[in-house]
Design a protein around this ligand. Sequence first.
Ligand code: TXA
Ligand code: MG
Length: 321
Amino acid sequence: MTEVSRAADLLRAGELVAFPTETVYGLGADASNSQAIAKIFAAKGRPADHPVIVHLPDVSHLERWAIEVPEAAIKLANAFWPGPLTLILNRHPAVADAVTGGQNTVGLRVPSHPLALQLLREFDGGIAAPSANRFGRVSPTTAAHVREELGNSVSMILDGGPCAVGIESTILDLSGVEPRILRPGMLDASALAGVLGVAPAFGGVQGQPRVSGSLEAHYAPTTPLQLVSAADIAETAHKAIQANRRIAVLAMQPPAFSHDKLVWRAASANAAAFAHDLYARLRELDATGCDLILVANPPATEPWRAVVDRLRRAAAGSNRQ
Ligand code: TXA
Ligand code: MG
């Protein structure tokens, strides 16, 4: 029996299987089995009213999960699936409350990682999968990350190597009057606008922002993280070292001085490459045992929007600890 068939069998038996997607690793359960989904929340330590994304083998499965599939959804699916785009649609009545967090909508996506697609085809149904990390923590982009954090609570981890995209999918809400980006991702607004024919709005409608990835404090390493302008990195690092703190820096340029209390990791000047490495770097810097992680603020331009979004939340999350 292949690994993928074994994984599909485990899912059918109500067990958890972690699997790679092109964005980050997912913690999967049979999306039609509420007890299996409850295991996801227990493993992650995640509040049960947070909805999870349902992963599908292909676009033809949409109508089993959404009560009405708008034309825009079909167009976007044809353009970008399999790929890093999650669509929020009005749910089919058969969809379990455990999946939607009791909301009227459901998040759906067809991921493009070959192992994920093999698993979905073999399973031939929806796989509910949030990112395979503890709630509020950095998403895993390798199988080793999943093993470190959730190794004891999953029945199997499929290893598909490092994730190509590196940060979570773009979430587009098509359930309301206008398309809205609830979570920016590497598939950006202009790409979506090109297919939709209109520019999507940003952010949720007030009063219904049930996207845990949109919480202020999210995606945080355990070490405090501070975003600093590239020009201020050296001075900030210098002051912290004088206060006897050990500093890790993630920046495109090396700091102007070296010191045994200073670790530097090179950040890419290309947004896609930066996103690809981001979570692995944060985990690495977290593991250096430093007291503070300084990250040089990337450019405030559209290609960097999703990366800046994750960095801001990481900074906010680490300040809460
Ligand atoms: O790239 C990704 O999307 C990864 C991979 C594994 O597919 N998954 C992921 O899942 O990031 P998770 O659970 O960590 O984040 C999914 C986000 C959550 O913030 C959740 O609140 C939101 O999607 N979401 C799911 N269903 C929703 C719904 N019906 N309405 C609003 N937000 C929803
Ligand atoms: Mg997550």
